[in-house]
Write a new protein. Structure first.
Length: 102
Protein backbone atom coordinates (compact mmCIF):
# COMPACT_ATOMS: atom_id res chain seq x y z
CA UNK A 1 0.00 0.00 0.00
CA UNK A 2 1.33 3.42 -0.87
CA UNK A 3 1.68 6.25 1.61
CA UNK A 4 -1.19 8.15 -0.04
CA UNK A 5 -3.42 5.09 0.10
CA UNK A 6 -2.66 4.65 3.78
CA UNK A 7 -3.41 8.31 4.49
CA UNK A 8 -6.73 8.10 2.63
CA UNK A 9 -7.65 4.89 4.45
CA UNK A 10 -6.83 6.42 7.85
CA UNK A 11 -8.86 9.51 6.94
CA UNK A 12 -11.87 7.40 5.94
CA UNK A 13 -11.68 5.31 9.11
CA UNK A 14 -11.49 8.45 11.22
CA UNK A 15 -14.38 10.03 9.32
CA UNK A 16 -16.67 7.03 9.74
CA UNK A 17 -15.86 6.66 13.44
CA UNK A 18 -16.76 10.31 14.03
CA UNK A 19 -19.77 10.15 11.72
CA UNK A 20 -21.16 7.17 13.62
CA UNK A 21 -21.59 9.35 16.71
CA UNK A 22 -23.40 12.02 14.68
CA UNK A 23 -25.62 9.47 12.94
CA UNK A 24 -26.52 7.79 16.25
CA UNK A 25 -27.56 11.09 17.87
CA UNK A 26 -30.91 10.61 19.57
CA UNK A 27 -31.05 6.86 18.87
CA UNK A 28 -28.41 5.76 21.34
CA UNK A 29 -28.37 6.62 25.03
CA UNK A 30 -25.17 5.60 26.86
CA UNK A 31 -25.36 4.28 30.40
CA UNK A 32 -25.35 6.78 33.25
CA UNK A 33 -22.01 5.53 34.61
CA UNK A 34 -20.48 6.10 31.17
CA UNK A 35 -21.82 9.65 30.92
CA UNK A 36 -20.53 10.46 34.42
CA UNK A 37 -17.01 9.41 33.40
CA UNK A 38 -16.86 11.38 30.12
CA UNK A 39 -15.66 14.68 31.70
CA UNK A 40 -12.50 12.89 32.85
CA UNK A 41 -11.45 11.77 29.35
CA UNK A 42 -9.60 14.99 28.31
CA UNK A 43 -7.50 15.22 31.48
CA UNK A 44 -6.70 11.50 31.30
CA UNK A 45 -5.58 11.81 27.68
CA UNK A 46 -3.47 14.90 28.41
CA UNK A 47 -1.88 13.19 31.41
CA UNK A 48 -1.10 10.09 29.33
CA UNK A 49 0.70 12.29 26.79
CA UNK A 50 2.58 14.56 29.22
CA UNK A 51 3.73 12.31 32.06
CA UNK A 52 6.01 9.99 30.04
CA UNK A 53 7.59 13.04 28.40
CA UNK A 54 8.35 14.51 31.82
CA UNK A 55 9.56 11.33 33.53
CA UNK A 56 11.48 9.38 30.90
CA UNK A 57 14.94 10.21 29.66
CA UNK A 58 16.31 7.69 27.19
CA UNK A 59 13.63 5.17 28.15
CA UNK A 60 14.27 5.18 31.90
CA UNK A 61 12.89 7.21 34.78
CA UNK A 62 15.30 9.81 36.12
CA UNK A 63 14.62 12.12 39.05
CA UNK A 64 17.48 14.49 38.16
CA UNK A 65 15.71 15.61 35.02
CA UNK A 66 15.20 19.26 34.01
CA UNK A 67 11.94 18.46 32.19
CA UNK A 68 10.43 16.87 35.30
CA UNK A 69 11.24 19.78 37.59
CA UNK A 70 10.26 22.40 35.02
CA UNK A 71 6.96 20.56 34.54
CA UNK A 72 6.37 20.49 38.28
CA UNK A 73 7.15 24.22 38.42
CA UNK A 74 4.62 24.85 35.65
CA UNK A 75 1.99 22.74 37.47
CA UNK A 76 2.55 24.72 40.67
CA UNK A 77 2.30 28.07 38.86
CA UNK A 78 -0.86 26.93 37.07
CA UNK A 79 -2.45 25.79 40.32
CA UNK A 80 -1.62 29.02 42.15
CA UNK A 81 -2.32 31.69 39.53
CA UNK A 82 -4.40 29.96 36.80
CA UNK A 83 -2.73 32.05 34.11
CA UNK A 84 -1.76 30.21 30.92
CA UNK A 85 0.92 32.62 29.72
CA UNK A 86 2.51 32.85 33.16
CA UNK A 87 2.51 29.04 33.40
CA UNK A 88 4.19 28.64 30.00
CA UNK A 89 6.72 31.38 30.76
CA UNK A 90 7.64 30.00 34.17
CA UNK A 91 7.87 26.46 32.81
CA UNK A 92 10.22 27.52 30.01
CA UNK A 93 12.27 29.71 32.35
CA UNK A 94 12.61 26.87 34.86
CA UNK A 95 13.57 24.45 32.08
CA UNK A 96 16.20 26.82 30.69
CA UNK A 97 17.66 27.51 34.15
CA UNK A 98 17.69 23.84 35.14
CA UNK A 99 19.38 22.82 31.88
CA UNK A 100 22.17 25.25 32.69
CA UNK A 101 22.53 24.03 36.29
CA UNK A 102 22.22 20.25 35.83
Amino acid sequence: MTLWGLMILCGLVTFFIRYSFIAAEGRFQPADWFRRLLPFVPIAALTALAVPELLLVGGSVQIVNPRLWAGMTAILVAALWRNTLLTIGCGFAAFWLLQRLI
